[in-house]
Ligand binder design. Structure first.
Ligand SMILES: NC(=O)c1ccc[n+]([C@@H]2O[C@H](COP(=O)([O-])OP(=O)(O)OC[C@H]3O[C@@H](n4cnc5c(N)ncnc54)[C@H](O)[C@@H]3O)[C@@H](O)[C@H]2O)c1
Length: 275
């Protein structure tokens, strides 16, 4: 069902790779809600992903960029304002990657070149994106910038590795830049802390199926799906959330508030009986 929540709004969506991507679902919903937007991802993702299909469906131009490259980000913001015919109302940062996770380097044996890449791609790119937008004055008053985070920023989860550090930094950037951009231009900046979700990035974390089962049992409302995450992104882009900024909002079915649930306890007991 569409509510026209983004009618007349212009946006940029970073990070749609394939139909499982959270950013892909956000693009579909933003289109349904009346927004116009551009899509951006790396040249490699454009070769291996399915972005052309989404671009045709949403009538959105694709502007390639490595989000760690300031010059390429400048091009995305300049081109987007030209193509869309005005300043940008919403931006989605849906980008994450760790070579340490991919190559199973444990947290006490990190490769520091990979670690730097993790931080640059998954966190610093958020700062770069916002700084570029602000210097170009590319975002409208009351515009909304959202990035996707994970509860490993606050709590240690086995195997999330150096991505936990990147997410902690990402959430801090939302607060630090949220203050400045809010004070000067009424632009709001938030992060959404999403449940584990089966996407390409999610599946990079080995054991994701067990984690998804655990969080499902622990969450009173069950895990939040990618579609539900997209719904919440739309709310944060819309005028219905104008006074929310500098927040990390858990979108996780209640997982972050739990210690132990009946369903998880029941499963755990079964394992003890098997021993
Ligand atoms: N899947 C989960 O369990 C989960 C849970 C919480 C938060 N998140 C976060 O959601 C976001 C989106 O991930 P997803 O799960 O949809 O997976 P995904 O693999 O579909 O998306 C990750 C995207 O990051 C892009 N990317 C990687 N390096 C880049 C670079 N240098 N420049 C620009 N783009 C680059 C990839 O091309 C891809 O499109 C990430 O920030 C991820 O950490 C995911």
């Amino acid at each position: 069902m569409s509510y026209n929540l983004l009618k007349g709004k212009r946006g940029i969506i970073f990070g749609a790779l394939d139909s499982k991507s959270i950013a892909w679902k956000v693009a579909e919903k933003a289109h349904e809600e009346g927004a116009v937007f551009t899509l951006s991802n790396t040249p490699v993702a454009l070769r291996f992903g399915e972005l052309n299909e989404l671009s045709a469906r949403c009538n959105s131009e694709i502007i390639p960029a490595d989000a760690t490259n300031v010059g390429e980000l400048e091009n995305v913001f300049k081109r987007s304002t030209e193509i869309l015919g005005g300043k940008i109302d919403f931006v989605l940062h849906s980008i994450g990657m760790s070579l340490n996770v991919r190559k199973s380097r444990e947290y006490d044996d990190l490769d520091y070149n990979y670690y730097q890449k993790t931080i640059d791609i998954s966190a610093m790119s958020f700062h770069k994106m916002i700084q570029v937008a602000k210097k170009l004055d590319a975002i409208s008053e009351w515009g909304s910038i959202v990035a996707l985070s994970y509860i490993a920023a606050q709590r240690t989860l086995y195997r999330y590795n150096d991505m936990a550090d990147a997410k902690a930094m990402l959430e801090s950037i939302a607060r630090s830049f949220g203050y400045i951009y809010g004070r000067e231009k009424n632009v709001r900046i938030n992060t959404i802390s999403q449940s584990p979700t089966r996407t390409t990035a999610g599946s990079g974390v080995k054991g994701i199926d067990a984690l998804i089962d655990f969080t499902e049992r622990m969450s009173p409302l069950g895990n939040a799906t990618a579609e539900e995450c997209a719904d919440f992104c739309i709310v944060l882009f819309s005028d219905l959330s104008r006074k929310i900024t500098m927040q990390n909002i858990f979108h996780d079915g209640g997982f972050s508030g739990m210690g132990m649930s009946l369903k998880a306890m029941t499963q755990y007991k079964k394992c003890l009986e098997d021993e």
